[in-house]
Design a protein around this ligand. Structure first.
Ligand code: HEM
Length: 396
């Protein structure tokens, strides 16, 4: 057994956040699980080990730690959510929504996503330069999920504001004032969703809130707090991630004109390019588990009750799994990336995310050919989700 610790690596350091890949290379070289900062967290970075951890929910719990439980966010909605639940709770909650996100069910919204993409691009058509993130990749997923949940047209702008508050809170801002403001937005969101659910308790509706409220009638299926948590989770899990995938892919394509030229010539490569985007950009860099007992991962023993950071991004760039992993290659055989996780908690919204990204790319690719980056690209300074903060582009 190896016992690796490397406190020279801290997952919250600005250098790590600016460019994590060289750190992932160092961690993979040191062992299956390496203790790092902050707080001696165990990081798992090799592809085979990441899959092994994700396949063993009986050893690695997804439930929030004691500290998380005390945080405002974990308690704000009064119910568990599937991403932070172990079985049997997890399967009970997942079974309610599983069918709503199958490829067949999400394909119905293809036309609406098309319309939204066209409208967003129309709003910048006269600008010689614009930010692709704030004008396109942020509003698209939030509008899609708002409409699926059943948020009224007149409240979409409020919903976007609340969603920004939620994203801010998830990214744990250090500034007290920013945190208080974000919490106020999230409380408004909770109040809105709670009254939207009440309306559907009186008058059923064919939207996701209505679907959850219907499930509530079945004894033991879902509590009213869990209905609220589910809506917030769909918003939290589906927005910034999809924004970062679209933004990350635009950045990768502008940086790799040969790959962009291939897509312009043959748009049928777009679905494969989206899979490569999920691998290459890894919009979710890593998430947490807690060991339920003393466990062995590869060559390392991890004590019971340890916090483990499972890095999808490091696994997706493991050279033992992907040849030349730091190359963005839209013709790659992408099979086996862990951009959406693996096993029990595999992303519920993966088909929706892929549809949004595919339609977005179908609309963006012909335009990207006439755009170039206008200045350096800075990435969001978080170690959970990763994507460009802004993508300033100018027409050429
Ligand atoms: C590019 C976009 C997306 C990425 C990269 C992504 C990534 C992930 C990952 C890595 C997980 C696994 C979490 C774990 O192992 O604990 C996950 C779970 C989940 N995702 Fe996504 N996601 C995306 C979009 C979406 C969308 C659009 C939705 C829904 C609207 C969604 C809803 C969920 C939910 C509900 C879970 C929890 C599933 C469970 O615990 O069973 N995601 N996602």
């Amino acid at each position: 057994m190896t016992e690796a610790t490397d406190y020279s690596i801290n997952l919250t350091d600005p250098d790590f956040l600016a460019d994590p890949q060289p750190y992932y290379d160092r961690l993979r070289a040191q062992g299956s699980a390496v203790q790092v900062g902050p707080g001696g967290m165990w990081s798992v970075t090799r592809f085979d080990d990441v899959v092994d951890v994700l396949k063993r929910p009986e050893d690695f719990s997804s439930e929030p730690s004691e500290n998380d439980r005390e945080s405002l966010f974990e308690n704000a909605f009064g119910g568990a959510n599937i991403i932070g639940a172990d079985n049997p709770k997890h399967n009970r909650l997942r079974s309610i929504m599983q069918k709503k996100f199958t490829p067949n069910n999400v394909k119905n919204i293809d036309g609406r996503v098309n319309e939204l993409c066209l409208a967003l691009l129309d709003s910048v058509k006269d600008d010689s330069s614009f930010d692709m993130v704030s004008s396109f990749s942020v509003p698209l997923p939030v509008t899609v999920i708002a409409e699926l949940l059943g948020v009224e047209n007149t409240r979409i702008d409020d919903f976007k504001r609340w969603s920004n508050g939620l994203v801010t809170l998830i990214n744990a801002p250090a500034d007290d004032e920013v945190r208080t403001q974000a919490m106020a937005e999230v409380i408004e969101l909770a109040q809105y969703l709670s009254s939207a659910a009440d309306k559907r308790r009186e008058q059923p509706a064919d939207d996701l809130i209505g679907h959850l409220v219907t499930a509530e009638r079945e004894p033991g299926k879902i509590s009213s707090g869990e209905v609220l948590s589910y809506c917030v989770l769909l918003l939290a899990a589906g927005n910034e991630t999809t924004t970062n995938l679209i933004g990350g892919m635009v950045h990768a394509l502008l940086d790799n004109p040969d790959q962009l030229a291939m897509l312009v010539k043959d748009p049928s490569l777009i679905p494969n390019a989206v899979e490569e985007g999920l691998r290459y950009c890894s919009p979710v860099q890593g998430l947490f588990r807690t060991t339920k007992r003393t466990v062995v991962v590869g060559d390392t023993e991890i004590p019971a009750n340890s916090r483990v950071w499972v890095s999808y991004a490091a696994a997706n760039h493991d050279p033992s799994q992907f040849e030349n992993p730091n190359k963005f290659d839209i013709t790659r055989n992408y099979r086996g990336h862990v951009g959406f996780g693996w096993g029990l908690h595999f992303c519920l919204g993966s088909n929706l995310a892929k549809l949004e990204a595919r339609v977005a790319m179908e609309k963006l690719v012909p335009i990207l050919n006439h755009l170039q980056l206008d200045g350096p690209v800075e990435y969001l300074p978080t170690w959970i989700v990763r994507g460009p903060k802004a993508l300033n582009v100018k027409r050429i």
